[in-house]
Design a binder for this molecule. Structure first.
Ligand SMILES: NC(=O)c1ccc[n+]([C@@H]2O[C@H](COP(=O)([O-])OP(=O)(O)OC[C@H]3O[C@@H](n4cnc5c(N)ncnc54)[C@H](O)[C@@H]3O)[C@@H](O)[C@H]2O)c1
Length: 411
């Protein structure tokens, strides 16, 4: 049996912690051997969870690039604008890379990452997790099997969710384009990736897009509202009140997302959440933030062969990220409502429902896109393990089975 793939987690925040859970479930396949994060709380939490030796725990990714290679792979889960530099530097060290989306925030940086990984021969996987969602995979299998004939049109909708948008894109990390990226890249790169995936080999040749920021602007601040929800006399009438989104949840014992994000350096409880809302970004009035990213956007695409696609993203929805898709083909139509897939056959006029296996182990089963996250890490760890099993032994200091930097094309 192969020894577990050794990974260093670069950015021990929400995503880094999630992917690392795979090592707790499958210690025979994945071992966390290093961590880099400037936040002591995040580092310590992951270090204790995975028994990482002190000498492999750092407060910045540069320390890993400066050291002799001591693992097989890295999970790069740093903020959006901090993907390119560690990806390029660590690919040059010969680490296989699981890189959070967006791959980078400029085309030039994406190209540099891809070229470096090809030159150094490391595996590069970008975390477009939805491609690993069992429903999404089933839709692709149905299309490829010819169930709806030639694909003619794809209609895809992303409901972001009213309080999710307020949390991430008005108060949170992705609110401001200069600090992270525009909403279509930060949020909907998953969806554009899916449309491209379903379009198969056909290239997109024309695109038009319009978007705007609505509602979360100073002129919509209700009369009498305060700058912070904890001081606000009209908070009870506000759907976006931080008290409702965070304090009410923690009072009911809910300490996971979005509450966990608010207390960056402590375990969330009523006291720590209250303090964070008094002083931190998540307690701000949604009408007084430095947000500038779009709350709604449409994209129209034309692909080779006349296939058209339309995509809409909107903040103001009840459902959170539960995408809806319908794909029209020459022989039938496939629809997906976030819960089940239905294929209508034009010839027989019969609808067939398709279910998928949604079971995944441990914390990955606890909602969000955990199921897709599990399959993504599973695929990456398998790819790294298989790549080693196929290489001939060399004097690689980490693996006796070879240094990927010299023999494998990036994927
Ligand atoms: N694939 C998905 O579906 C998905 C979902 C959410 C977020 N993301 C992406 O994942 C990335 C991380 O998001 P997150 O929600 O985990 O954010 P986060 O803020 O929880 O985690 C980022 C971590 O990077 C650390 N960091 C900052 N500078 C660093 C440095 N120099 N060296 C090492 N670590 C450093 C931060 O301290 C923080 O702990 C972002 O690019 C985000 O867009 C992807």
């Amino acid at each position: 049996m192969l020894s577990p793939v050794k990974v260093i987690v670069v950015g021990a925040g929400s995503r880094g912690e999630t992917y690392s859970d795979f090592a707790s479930i499958h210690p025979d396949r994945l071992q966390v051997v290093g961590i880099a994060d400037p936040r002591l709380f995040a580092r310590k939490k992951l270090q204790e969870c995975h028994n990482v030796p002190e000498e492999n725990v750092f407060d910045d990714w540069h320390c890993i690039a400066e050291r002799e290679k001591f693992a097989d792979a890295v999970f790069i889960c740093t903020p959006d604008r901090l993907h390119k530099e560690p990806a390029v530097a660590l690919a040059r060290k010969g680490y296989h890379i699981l890189l959070e989306k967006p791959m980078a925030v400029t085309l030039e940086d994406c190209t540099e990452i891809a070229e470096t990984c090809i030159q150094t021969g490391v595996i590069l996987a970008v975390c477009h997790v939805l491609q690993y969602d069992p429903f999404i995979r089933k839709i692709k299998v149905l299309i490829d099997s010819g169930a709806i004939g030639d694909v003619i049109h794809i209609q895809h909708f992303e409901p972001v969710g009213f309080y999710h948008f307020a949390h991430s894109f008005v108060r949170g990390n992705w609110r401001n384009e200069a600090e992270s990226s525009f909403a279509l890249l930060a949020k909907s790169c998953h969806d554009l990736d899916l449309i491209n995936h379903w379009a198969g080999k056909r290239r997109c040749i024309k695109v038009s897009s319009f978007g705007s920021l609505n509602h979360f602007q100073k002129e919509n601040k209700p009369p009498g509202a305060a700058s912070r929800c904890l001081d606000c006399s009209v908070e009870t009438d506000c759907a976006y009140s931080a008290k409702k989104i965070y304090l009410d949840r923690v009072k009911k014992g809910w300490v996971r997302w979005p509450v966990s994000v608010v207390c960056r350096n402590s375990i969330p409880d009523i006291e720590s959440v209250t303090e964070a809302l008094k002083t931190g970004p998540y307690g701000r009035c949604v009408y007084e933030c430095d947000n500038d990213v779009c709350s709604n956007q449409v994209v129209n695409m034309e692909f080779e062969g006349g296939l058209t696609a339309s995509f809409s993203m909107v903040a103001f929805t009840e459902e959170i990220c539960l995408r809806k898709t319908s794909i029209q083909g020459s022989k039938g139509e496939v629809t997906y409502d976030g819960h089940e897939i239905k294929v209508f056959d034009f010839l027989t006029q019969i609808s067939t429902k398709h279910t998928v296996d949604l079971s995944v182990p441990g914390s990955f089963s606890k909602g969000g896109h955990g199921i897709a996250d599990y399959h993504l890490v599973d695929a990456f760890v398998s790819a790294v393990a298989v790549s080693y099993s196929e290489w001939k032994p060399t004097d690689d200091p980490v693996r006796s089975k070879g240094n990927p930097g010299e023999s494998q094309a990036g994927v």
